[in-house]
Ligand binder design. Structure first.
Ligand code: LLP
Length: 444
């Protein structure tokens, strides 16, 4: 049976806590983000569309720099990248973490200084490595023993490439099993526990053309507690001390990766950056003092926490139907522009925009338009009881790992990205059209 709670107004109608800071209610149930009406964005750019609040991206970069004034903050490009995003990141003084020739090439051809870029990847292709060396990337993070010989050969006896080693510190954290990378038994990094990391480091030190400048770890993603970072940092400093004792090498850099969690729905926790900074700084000072090590330069790689809260996804309702005891609200996007609910069981908080409703809340499941029963964007959310085809739904916290993970499923075409700021909307990435899709299809 449909659950209709006529006495309630939509639960979080006034709660804009997971929306960009610029978000403001407009008359007629509309919302402005970056001073631009979401209904106007939908009318001008059509739906589905992604809105990115430039001011929110920039202020998040600034918050990182303010909270970590002595650290290098690298934006993790995999969360979302476009040429304009590259420019904003550069202007705000952040570096970049990339994990493919594609991300790297886009960044450098958009004017980003290659020496402020770190290349990651558990399986770097010859093309990735060739591009990194050609463009002069700042650091390459070694992720497997076999990569050492491959990279040394690519660099050549007279070349030089700074490297780091990705260590698995044995600390488990992260919002979902698929994004926990801090312990053994998953594909990333070199184990501290079984000595593979130490072995790789010893091997690297026989390769003078690959100077080891530091250690890296990334324990997981969507982490909302400081404690696992502190525990990982302590182990990483322990390894740095052992490297000094064994090889007489004092490493100048320690990269603690990203993983900083955000709230997707009102009331959910987010990682407290000030507490993280305090925790890391205190532990770094204490562990280094205990080991008589100079304090290394700290590096961080947030992706989600920079881009996620700055994004809003806009969809048009195409169909509303009741099946059994469930109400399905089907929209014009879905798992091809946001695979995250299907992959990680993430819950979002869509809301009606562009129309004021006085109807009570009813529980509904927002689904996409794709040919799969698992194409669910938001299960069991409160929406106005009179939700109907033609309505506009907006989903906050949509800026990270949605478009960057978008697919070509059902040849729907990927949505555009529209930047909003100071009352102006401009297109950053245009909608993918049938011509784009046809252009790649070169058979008869
Ligand atoms: N550094 C490294 C080496 C990483 O592998 C990642 C993310 C980051 C930094 C940035 O992590 P962030 O601060 O954004 O959590 N697709 C998943 C997330 C996968 C994260 C992969 N690595 C999701 O949608 O939740």
């Amino acid at each position: 049976m449909t659950v209709v709670l006529a006495s309630e107004t939509p639960a979080d109608a006034d709660d804009l806590s997971v929306w960009p800071a610029s978000t403001a209610p407009l008359p007629d149930g509309d919302l402005a983000v970056g001073g631009v009406s979401l209904a106007d964005v939908a009318a001008r750019f059509d739906t589905p569309a992604h809105v990115l609040d430039e001011g929110e991206v920039r202020s998040r970069c600034r918050a990182y720099r303010a909270v970590f004034p002595d650290a290098d903050v690298l934006y993790a490009a995999k969360a979302f990248l476009s040429r304009t995003m590259v420019r904003w990141i550069g202007e705000e003084g952040l570096g970049l973490d990339v994990c493919s020739a594609g991300e790297l090439e886009l960044a450098v051809t958009s004017g980003f200084p290659p020496d402020r870029i770190v290349l990651h990847g558990n399986a770097k292709s010859p093309h990735d490595i060739g591009t990194a060396l050609r463009l002069g990337v700042g650091r390459i993070v070694i992720d497997s023993p076999s990569e050492i010989a491959r990279l040394a050969a690519a660099v050549g006896p007279h070349g030089r490439q700074k490297v780091m080693v990705r260590v698995v510190p044995g600390v488990s954290a992260g919002g979902h099993e698929k994004i926990r990378t801090g312990t053994d038994g998953q594909k990333f990094g070199l184990s501290l526990t079984d000595g593979t990391a130490q072995h790789a480091i010893a091997r690297l030190l026989t390769q003078p053309q690959l100077p080891l400048v530091g250690l890296h770890c990334h324990i997981g993603s969507q982490i909302t507690a400081v404690k696992p970072y502190v525990a990982a940092l302590r182990r990483m400093v322990g390894l740095m001390a052992r490297i000094r004792d064994t090889h007489g090498l004092v490493l100048p850099e320690l990269d603690m990766g990203g993983g900083h969690g955000i709230a997707y729905r009102p009331g959910e926790p987010a990682l407290d950056l000030t507490a993280l900074a305090r925790g890391l700084r205190t532990e770094l000072a204490a562990s280094c003092a205990a080991a008589a090590l100079p304090v290394p330069r700290l590096i961080l790689e947030p992706g989600r926490a920079v881009a996620g809260p700055a994004g809003v996804a806009l969809y048009r309702v195409l169909a509303v139907k009741t099946t059994g005891d469930r109400v399905f609200v089907a929209v014009d996007g879905g798992m091809s522009d946001n695979p995250r609910p299907a992959l990680y069981g993430v819950r979002y908080a869509p809301r009606l925009v562009g129309r004021h409703s006085t109807a009570g809340t009813r529980t509904a499941t927002v689904v996409g338009r794709h040919c799969e029963a698992g194409d669910i964007l938001a299960a069991d959310v409160g929406l106005p009881g009179d939700i109907r085809p033609g309505d506009l739904l907006a989903v906050p916290a949509a800026g990270a790992y949605q478009l960057s993970m978008a697919s070509g499923y059902n040849l729907v075409g990927r949505p555009p990205v529209v930047a909003v700021d100071g009352g102006t909307a401009r297109l950053l990435v245009r909608r993918e059209t049938l011509d784009d899709l046809r252009g790649r299809d070169v058979g008869e």
